[in-house]
Write a protein that binds this ligand. Sequence first.
Ligand code: ATR
Length: 287
Amino acid sequence: MTSSTLQLGVIGDPVDQSPSPAMFNPALQELGIAGDYKHYHVKPADLESFFRRMRAGEIHGVNVTIPHKQAVIPFLDELTPEAKAIGAVNTIYFENEKLMGHNTDGAGYVQSLKNHLEEPLEELGVVVVGAGGASRAICYNLLKEDVGELLLVNRDAQKGLALVEHLRTLFPAQSFSLSQQNWEPFLQNGWALADVLINTTSLGLKNENPWPTLDFVAKLPKHCTVSDIVANPRETQLLNDAKSSGLRTIEGWEMLLNQALLAFEKFTQKKAPAPIMEQALLKSLTS
Ligand code: ATR
């Protein structure tokens, strides 16, 4: 069954929590594009049949959320350089009849950061907390855009080191300062050279605050910007403490918005109506 209107969606398990339909449907409408963006609840065992439906022309593009960002890769024809380097896919679309896997998470995050900063990334010292999939995407895009200095901090030092090594192999010719700091010393002392701190872990999600301590916040320099990719709640304890210390903050919904804007452009070849999508996202996060 092929569909003449643009059929889009997000696949995940669970998926109902995804705010993507709330963002994409008003955006399609705004641009007068006949189409629909749905939640597709796809269990791991059903990925194969889902991709059969896509290849049959029933569905034209999807975003991918937990737990499928890596599992979808074998079903695709080609990965973009971003998706290949990050090892995960969050956006799938057709290009020249090929099923493409792309990743807009890191570029979306970096765009949200640039929206807030006056200085170029080349001049910034950035500390990234966490070494999972989100961290990998963000670090890749920071290095791609020549960030001045990157310090990675992860509870599991081995995993942190493995990510640092992986990133070095991705940018062999580039001279940048990329290092790792152990978890405990960082939590105690912060980092005096941090212009930006990014939490890429789930610490603080849903108002739970399992950070062993947030003492490091008070040790960051006063001009530091603190950013959390946790979007629920909008103001995590980390951001709350940062504000109390007089630091600038960036809330997690901004990454969600910016990765969606980039995905919209892949699906439609049109510039996404950012204000409409922002308004819809913020409404869905508070409802
Ligand atoms: P995602 O794809 O969302 O980034 P992930 O790949 O599971 O998720 O990575 C989770 C990250 O959050 C990891 O860096 C993890 O640290 P470890 O490598 O030490 O496990 C971090 N994380 C999760 N829970 C944590 C906790 N309670 N304390 C510290 N770090 C935590």
